[in-house]
Design a protein around this ligand. Structure first.
Ligand code: SF4
Length: 694
């Protein structure tokens, strides 16, 4: 806390929106926050910010905040305000009743990428130690779970390889399925700076994102592929690199597994993977693929940045591995200016995954079946840990519908709104006997809840977030929790009510426990974070100040492993009835389902989600710019207003998903990534017809 004169002070904290993790000074007059000022010493943002972090924090004191715990016997009854003690006691009693009747595995929990590392750690600890099972999953399931899987398989660590600043030494940048200037604006500006200095740009995206052509930046190649064909494009790029002799032989020989590399070369060299053979499937001209591959392989330091346009597909994990293959084959790993860089959507996606939120992994990505790791946690936690992986979120829904999973503790996640196939999710929630929602607003999921525990915003607690470059930054309490308890305190109280002792005086003690148990966090602690400003993990005896660049001399898994990445078309195909392919994305001023940004002045910049449609498709249907259109898929239907634009290609339509009433997730299907169940949000076959105003 820095004294700022008479009635003013400022507290340095971290933005709670996107995965850039900008540092801010929250300025206060008395106890009231009056301004958020980007912090010039923040290593992720260096004094820059976007309109979300700078202006969209007023939701924290919005009148919609719920500050009193509530319970009800059934979801058809009105809420009854109760004390914290009664609400937590009721929730614990219900969870224990369900377990006694249906078995230990009949309950579980969901962690949030919006909450701090410490809070996430506690929720998974509660599930494993107090519930006694591994039924814990995270909202990262629906965004970057393929990143965790794909990078672990190939490089050995479930995280991006670089620091953001690394892009300033890139000669070639390939952006795949991401829109940095809208979704990650501060990084987008850094990238634009490098492009203005002369770096080359390859964009792989079904839509013309801003970077494709601005007054100052123009992509050298825009591979405008059809949604769902990422892997075919990546294999075609690899085909050119292998068949034209562009592989970095010295790097591959020294750093990668030889047999796997040989198999991969044989696979991508097959004629069916050539740019010419795949053009009909991907819609990308062969010459553009050849040119982009040559540029990526020979243009100097080449870096790949990717987003949900890579992961949210039925082959999301395959595509992450295909990207890692490209980087290894060209030697673009292990130094500044290169690398494989997932752009994380939410502020703490990286952290929520690091903290053991997946049902098969303890903190630090260690499998629950590993006896030595379990032993470490068992001696710290004083309980036996189930060696069997628990249920993922989609499995929880299935089990709810068959009557074997009936209690769910959800911290900071609106699954009724953000998970695919809303009708299915709602049916599963309805089938449960005890749904406990801990959130700052009465969200859509709370309609199906029996207990509501008021959550706390990022301004009301201490903790840490971990951004897309593995940077752990402090979140500092700016004002007291409106409901009297921060999220971490609520989880501790629930654990105690369940009969499991969970007591910490401050979140720093939780981080100390994480550091004791997690080799990549051994050197992390609040004193060091305060001294250094932030730390990129791994931070331990070998790297006491953290690790900006990973895989420098060797890959975390030893040798890099090429993986075979056969293209398998998604089941979601265009048809006579559903002839257009819908894909989705973000806009600068809004954030995810809009729960926060819609409750701020940022609403004036983007008041509704719209459907972008190509002039040709619009004319064919008699749709004019601004008309209302019905959008129907195999899963459901909704109504949106149309924007007629050449940004999308014929046959493809696009919408943002920031407003619940636009119903983007009502029309998305049940398809998901084969390895991680990450939903295929980015491809939905739809019909679009003009309708009168709803
Ligand atoms: Fe917040 Fe991301 Fe904007 Fe930075 S770029 S201010 S982290 S939303």
């Amino acid at each position: 806390v820095i004294a700022m004169g008479q009635a003013e002070k400022s507290v340095i904290t971290t933005c709670a929106y996107c995965g850039v993790g900008c540092s801010f000074k929250a300025e206060l007059k008395g106890s009231e926050v009056v301004r958020m000022v980007p912090h010039k010493d923040g290593k992720a943002n260096m004094g820059h910010s976007c309109v979300k972090g700078r202006f969209a924090w007023g939701y924290a004191t919005h009148p919609d905040r719920i500050t009193t715990p509530m319970i009800r016997a059934s979801i058809d009854e009105p809420w009854r305000k109760v004390s914290w003690e009664e609400a937590i006691g009721h929730a614990a009693g219900e969870f224990r009743r369900i377990q006694a009747r249906y078995g230990r595995g009949a309950v579980g929990g969901i962690t949030s990428s919006r909450c701090t590392n410490e809070e996430t750690y506690l929720v998974q600890k509660l599930v494993r130690a107090a519930f006694g099972n591994n039924n814990v999953d995270t909202c990262a399931r629906v965004c970057h779970s393929p990143t965790g899987y794909g990078l672990k398989q190939t490089l050995g660590e479930s995280a991006g390889t670089q620091t953001f600043e690394s892009v300033l030494q890139a000669d070639v940048v390939m952006v795949i399925g991401a829109n940095p200037t809208e979704g990650h604006p501060v990084f987008g500006s850094l990238l634009k700076r490098r492009l203005r200095e002369g770096a080359k740009l390859i964009v792989v995206d079904p839509r013309s994102i801003e970077l494709v052509k601005t007054p100052h930046v123009q992509a050298d190649y825009h591979l405008k592929l059809l949604p769902g064909t990422n892997v075919a494009v990546a294999n075609a790029l690899a085909h050119v690199i292998v068949t034209e002799g562009l592989v970095n032989e010295a790097f591959v020989a020294e750093r990668c597994e030889e047999a796997a590399c040989r198999q991969w070369r044989d696979f991508v060299a097959r004629p069916e993977n050539s740019p010419e053979a795949t053009a009909a499937v991907t819609g990308v001209p062969a010459e553009a693929v050849r040119g982009a591959a040559r540029l990526y392989a020979t243009g100097g330091n080449a870096a790949i940045y990717y987003g949900l346009g890579v992961t949210e597909h039925s082959q999301g994990s395959t595509m992450v591995m295909a990207i890692a293959n490209l980087a290894m084959a060209t030697g673009n790993v292990g130094r500044m200016g290169v690398g494989v860089n997932p752009l994380r959507g939410q502020n703490n996606v990286q952290g929520s995954c690091d903290m053991g939120s997946f049902p098969h992994e303890l903190p630090g990505y260690r499998h629950v079946s590993d006896a030595a790791t379990r032993g470490l946690f068992e001696s710290e936690w004083g309980v036996a840990i189930d060696p069997e992986p628990g249920m993922r979120i989609p499995n929880m829904f299935e089990a709810a519908l068959d009557g074997s999973f009936l209690g769910l503790y959800i911290e900071g996640e609106d699954i009724a709104q953000s998970d695919p196939n809303t009708q299915h999710v709602e049916a599963a929630l309805r089938a449960m006997e005890c749904v406990v929602v801990q959130d700052i607003f009465l969200n859509e999921t709370a309609k199906y809840a029996h207990v509501f525990l008021p959550g706390s915003s990022f301004l009301e607690k201490d903790g840490t977030f971990t951004n897309a470059e593995r940077r752990i930054s402090r979140v500092r309490k700016v004002m007291p929790p409106l409901a009297g308890m921060a999220d971490w305190e609520v989880t501790c109280a629930l654990a105690r009510a369940l009969g499991y002792p969970m007591d910490y005086a401050h979140p720093s003690e939780i981080m100390d426990e994480i550091a004791r148990l997690t080799p990549t966090f051994h050197g992390v602690g609040y004193a060091r974070l305060d001294a250094l400003g932030s730390i990129q993990w791994p931070c331990n005896e070998a790297a006491p100040e953290g690790t900006p660049i990973m895989h420098v001399d060797h890959f975390v898994r030893g040798k890099g492993r090429f993986m075979l990445t056969a293209y398998v078309p998604t089941d979601e195909r265009a048809s006579k009835r559903y002839p257009l392919l819908l894909t989705t994305g973000r806009i600068l001023s809004q954030y995810n389902v809009g729960a926060q940004t819609r409750r701020t002045a940022n609403i004036v910049w983007h008041a509704e989600d719209r459907l972008e449609i190509h002039p040709h498709d619009a004319e064919e249907r008699g749709i004019r710019d601004g008309d209302w259109v019905g959008v129907a898929s195999r899963a459901g239907e909704t109504v949106l207003r149309a924007t007629v634009t050449g940004r999308v290609q014929p046959g493809v339509v696009y919408t943002t998903f920031h407003f619940p009433e636009s119903g983007a997730n009502v029309i998305t299907t049940d398809n998901s990534d084969w390895a991680t169940n990450c939903p295929e949000y980015k491809v939905t076959a739809v019909q679009v017809v003009p309708v009168s105003q709803p």
